[in-house]
Design a protein around this ligand. Sequence first.
Ligand code: MG
Length: 266
Amino acid sequence: MRIVRFTTGEDPQYGVLTGDVDVHGIPDEGCVVVALNGDPLYVGVHLSSKEYALEDVRLLAPVLPRSKVVGIGKNYAAHAAEMGGEVPPEPLMFLKPNTSVVGPNDPVFYPEQSNEVHYEGELAVVIGRICRDVPREKVADVVHGYTVGNDVTARDLQRGDVQFTRAKGFDSFCPLGPWIETELDVSSLRVQTWLNGDLKQDGSTSDMIFDVPALVAHVTSVMTLLPGDVILTGTPEGVGPMEPGDEVEVFVEGIGSLTNKVVRRD
Ligand code: MG
C-alpha cells in the first residue's frame, strides 16, 4: 500500500495511491488517490468515499516526523571512503530537526552560510509506533513503511563544525516522499541520485554496513521513537554539490522518485 499526504488547496489529507507504479517509480496514468479518514499513524487506514485523480492533487511530505529525523552516517563503505574516513564500528547517529522536512517538488533552499551543498540519496524508514529497545527480530512490528529521502548537507559547514546540527539542519534539508510504501523488502534495493538528469549515485541497500533491523535496534537502544519519526539509513558513494537552479531526483527501487529543485532564498 502507498500512503500519501496531499492537498487540493485545502487542509492536508492522507490518502492511498491506487494503481500501478512502473519500475522507474512513475505512476501509471489513471492513478487515483483515495482519501483517508484521519491520520493512518493514529487511527489506522480507513478509506473515505472521496477520490481524486493524482494529477489533481499536490503531494506533500508523506509524514511529518512527530519528534525527529535520525540520520545515519557512513553506512556504505564506499561512501565512508570518499569522505576520507573509516567505516564506524557502530552506527553513527545524528539528528535532523523535523522542521527540515519538505515534500516532493518543494524547494531546497541554498543557505547563504554555505558554498557547498550536497545531495545524499537515501532509503528512509518511517516508524509506526512508539518504541524503545526494539530487538532486531521485532523491528518489522514498529516500521510503518519506507519512503525516499535526501539528506541534504552543507559539506563545508559539516567539515568546520564538530556537530552536524547546522550542516544538516537547515529548513528544507530533508526532502521526503513521494509516498510511504508499507509492504517492501528493503534488503536489496537500488538507490540512485540524478542531478539535472545525470546519474550521480547508484548503490544498493544490500551494501549497507548496518541493515535496517540493526539501525532500528541501535537507535531505539538510545532513544524512544514516536510514530512518524524517520530514520535516514545512509547514502551510497557519489555525493556531490548542487547549485541553485539544479534539479535533484532520488530514486529508490520499489518506492519511487523524489524530485526537488534547489533555489536561493530571496
Ligand atoms: Mg546521509
